[in-house]
Design a protein around this ligand. Sequence first.
Ligand code: EPU
Length: 327
Amino acid sequence: MYRRIKNTFGIEAQAKRWLEYRSEAELVKMVSTLHADRVLHVGGGSNLLFTQDFDGTVLHSGIRFVAPISADAEHVWVRVGAAIVWDDFVAYTIANGWSGAENLSLIPGEVGASAVQNIGAYGVEAKDLIETVECVSLVDGSRRVFSNDECNYSYRSSIFKHELKGQYAVTYVTYRLSKRFVPHLDYGNLRNQVADVSSLSPAAIRKTIIEIRKSKLPDPQVLGNAGSFFMNPVVTREKFEALQADYPQMPFYDVADGVKIPAGWLIEQCGWKGRTLGRVGVYEKQALILVNRGGATGEEVVNLCRTIQHDVADRFGIDIYPEVNFI
Ligand code: EPU
């Protein structure tokens, strides 16, 4: 029985088999029934682009559990099931008076994906909070607990997206939150947008971030999208200096391995912001976001992606790559 696979891009895609498990034990049992079938483990479908139906088994976690498991004077460790909606978890931490996750408010998706994708926004990344990631092997059903170090985290990347791609399902993630509030306001003009810095709280930051996101990012219920479609490229300092001479207004951030340039700016300079190509397009308020204007296929999105990549490379000599996973 084919079943529609939920995805925020709103692209029609079917799976041959869909299985949801409620516990680690149930998952281990399921793994033994997969045999040589192709397997795709999904979360909320907010970072996927289907270019075809999936002729295999789609797995989804139904592990919904949230509880603090230890604490010291400064921190609390919270173990969270992979199926918990990420933003529900953020709201829970704030309701309990713990800080650390507030800058990551309203990011779509589920907890399991936060650990695979190393979600990030406004100067904070999931890796800054992750203590351990509990997994089950999709190959042989064995359990493995990854320390933060073992996850090889970097910008929107982890061992689960690369070396171990498709090999493990995340069952639980343990995050370390702070009892003492340390605001992170250094991203862009976040400091200026927080209403009153003197009475700052995690809840106030959450409110501001939600307002910013709502004003810039399209609601997938209204306009299909997968958030930032491309990653922001990092170029060498030499390359950056040469570009800056030609484009003095170009925004940038210094990072350890060079200079990061916002892909949204590069795409906008190429004239793509707000443009439509058939049933797909580039969002009017944020050029980093590709949108389904209604009834688009994954191939149409891929086509737009390639055209934009080509234009950016042609104009700036910079290669940009999708953040979204193509299936
Ligand atoms: N910009 C433009 N034109 C655009 C978009 C952006 O000129 O159309 C410029 C802005 O003016 C600003 C700079 O680019 O100077 C950065 O823009 P913004 O703060 O909107 O962030 P971003 O780099 O485009 C990244 C993340 C977002 C995250 C924001 C805030 C990636 C791929 N994207 O976007 O993450 O919310 O920073 O931290 O790193 C996501 O991953 O789905 C996502 C939305």
